[in-house]
Design a protein around this ligand. Sequence first.
Ligand SMILES: [Zn+2]
Length: 405
Amino acid sequence: MPGFPISPTETTIYNPGVQYAIDLAFSDPRLDPQNAGFQILGVNVYRSYQDPNGPYEKVNATPVQVGYYRDEHKISLIQEDVSDNFIFKGDSPNKEWIFKTQKSIVLNNVVYQQFSEGQDIIVNIDGQDIKPLKADGAKKMVWLNTYKTYDPISHISSPPILPSTTGSFVICKYYGVTNFVQTNLNRRLYYKLATYGYDVIDKVNIETPLASAPVISLEAMSEAEPVWLEAMNRNNFILEQGGERVKLFLRKWAGTECPNNSPTHKSTINDCNVCFGTGYVGGYTGPYDILLASPDESKGLELTPEGLKAAFSFETWTGPSPLISQRDFIVRKNGDRFSIGAVNLTTVNGAPLQQRFQVALLGSRDIRYSVPLKASLVTPPNSTPAAEPTQAVIESRKKVWEDLF
Ligand SMILES: [Zn+2]
């Protein structure tokens, strides 16, 4: 038995159909008998660009306690001291003033736009705000304006504002990419999952050494992608037309053990408001906003001696993200909560496309009604616009639509 917890054995990696995002789904590491000596605290996600041998960098802030993680672009407003980041101070062949930023710059709402006028950026030189001349978002470079500006009303031209030669305090305000996820078709993007646990004998926290964690790669998926993307688009269309927006909660299988757990047989009390019967503090992660295919309501009505009675269970489906497991639950708009039964995953060349499952109404006294709806807002944002379809996508689209109709 290794002296460390081992990685989740079953993993799925896919593009969830939004730009600059990768979804990872993985099995519960507690199910592996080799992890029996550890109290599993979660899973850490590591990412490497270009090279499966690394270097790998950790991308999650806290250990992931469900079998799902979305690695995606995060864009934040950044204020950065760039005083010492000039690569040219008027001493380039073209007498340019250029400094570099720490993060890729978002220009015109596009993450990897190359050149843009500097309208999305404010540079502050010794307290004075100015617009830079231009910027290269991908190369993280900003050019200061070195030209005189002419005021047509006062007929006065004023010299450009530039840092003084004796040293100025220069701040750059811009929208930057604080988590970079490259998802183009010929991507070379690699992940490793490290199970993080508490060694109950040695009484230390320890995680899978990266050298012992298998490489998870997107490369295998690229070939199937155009067809899969089109099928995804079609599913999304159906869901957006007639789907029902519900909140999804994923049941934790790791984390801080509930203090109310019985120390002798590790079972939890069923009406526990700390772990909601899961054994782990908080009980669930979410809610995630998802769309459920509308249940055929007419099928769900039963004629009883008391009249028509609403069904308590129905079959439905949703897209591939997040990956759902039995015992997760959903909340409908009217407040009803439904448990999720066995999940049937439809895949295209290994990429998950659709999850089909039965839901059953929970009795009003079920502890899951106590899970707060606003626990933590970890809804995967869907703010990035859909990518322009590539020629391959357009070609596969024709084929798929003809095949289907
Ligand atoms: Zn508890």
